[in-house]
Every structure is written in C-alpha cells, then in structure tokens.
Design a protein. Structure first.
Length: 232
C-alpha cells in the first residue's frame, strides 16, 4: 500500500493511504510553538511562571524537551496567558479542526516516521496532523509508522511498509513487533519482543545487531496491523 497525494485519489481508488500534500508538513513541537509565542508577545519565562503559578524550571523543560507530556491544567493556564487555543498550542492543530476529525474522520490514523516519534509528545501524536494518513477502523489511539529498513523482514516488515501501532497496548508478547524508545539515546525503533531468561528483550532478525533489555527501553505501543507498500 503506497502513500499517495490527495490529488491522485480519483485515479487510485484502490489505495487507502492518503497524503494531504506532495511534501510533508514541517512539524513544530509544543515547546517551539510556546517559545515563538513568548517571543512574539515579549513575555519572559519568569513572567509566564509568575502569571501561571508554574515553576520556571517546568516551563524551561517544556520548551527544551519535545517529548514532555503536560498536565491539562498547566496547558490551559499557559494558553490563557498567551491568549491562544490550548489545543493548537499543544498539537499544532486548531480545536475546530481536531473536533471535525473526531466527528467525521475518526478512522484516520496519521503516518509518522521514527524520527517524528523521537521529537514529539507520543500521547498527542494520534491527534496531530502529520500531512499523511491511513484509513483504519477501530484504531482510536493509534499512529502509523513507515518502516525505514528490512530488519524485521521475518515478521513480514520491509522498508516502506506501514505499521499501525496501538499506543494503548504496551504489554510485550513473544514475537510481537513493538514500538520502543531507547532510554539513553531517545531513539525510536520497531523491534521484535522476545522472552529472555531474565525478562523481555527486543531485537531484529540479525542477532549480530544485539538486543535491548526492558530496562534499557520504554515500550510505546504494539503493532496491530501491517499495510503492504507497493513501492519496493
């Protein structure tokens, strides 16, 4: 199943993987939007901290750590000071646009790369606009990841394939493909779960590439559906 442009849909009705633009949208993180708005309004972090009741360190960490998840109450407090839509501030989409998708396009699953996972807050990614999406039923808290290599070919995954990942399911299962994030480097990987002597380990087809233990990584989700790419 290939990624196509919206303009090609009429000619390729058999495809259900769609792109809004020919090129991917330039993504910004929550921290980047916050920092830009502070600069635009001439508000310092100290002033924002005073007016929201949040500590300066919390605000600084929010700007510098793109993967940081934020409490709703803190988000609303910041949005009030900046006089912006809190949904836009956190996700990059307007609340109206998100509500429209919830009501009329609930089967849309955004397509991301592994590098996107490394730079965005994972819990919000199902509701963010990546510029590409795949249509999939019953995938309410899921994202799609485009495979970048053939390291899991024994599991049927090759470069270009689209892996739909259920972020609500993080329980390892022997042989299951999991989306994980390495603790030290922050790198995101699609790896196969394997039951080891001392607990779960994660790896790829080639044992020479080594494995990652459960203590060395955070499980973000589990593969729930695989879409074949027609681009080889």
């Amino acid at each position: 199943m290939s990624i196509i442009n919206v303009s090609q849909r009429d000619r390729q009705q058999n495809y259900n993987l769609v792109s809004k633009e020919n090129e991917r949208l330039l993504m910004k993180t929550f921290g980047q939007r916050l920092e830009e708005k502070l600069q635009e309004l001439g508000i310092s972090m100290s002033e924002l901290a005073r007016r929201t009741g949040l500590s300066k360190s919390v605000i600084s960490n929010t700007i510098n750590n793109p993967n940081r998840e934020m409490r709703v109450s803190s988000l609303i407090s910041i949005a009030k000071v900046l006089k912006v839509d809190p949904i836009w501030l956190y996700s990059g989409r307007s609340s109206g646009d998100l509500l429209n998708d919830i009501q009329f396009n609930s089967d849309k699953v955004p397509v991301w790369t592994l590098s996107d996972v490394e730079n965005l807050a994972t819990d919000m990614m199902p509701n963010m606009d990546s510029g590409r999406y795949v249509v999939a039923e019953n995938q309410s808290h899921s994202i799609a990841i485009e495979s970048s290599n053939d390291h899991l070919s024994k599991s049927g995954i090759v470069a270009g394939d689209i892996c739909i990942i259920n972020l609500a399911e993080r329980t390892p299962e022997d042989g299951a493909v999991m989306l994980i994030q390495l603790s030290k480097s922050g790198q995101a990987r699609l790896l196969r779960a394997m039951a080891g002597i001392d607990g779960w380990v994660y790896g790829v087809d080639d044992p020479r590439l080594g494995t990652v233990t459960a203590s060395e990584a955070t499980v973000l989700g589990k593969l729930s559906e695989l879409r074949r790419s027609e681009i080889k």
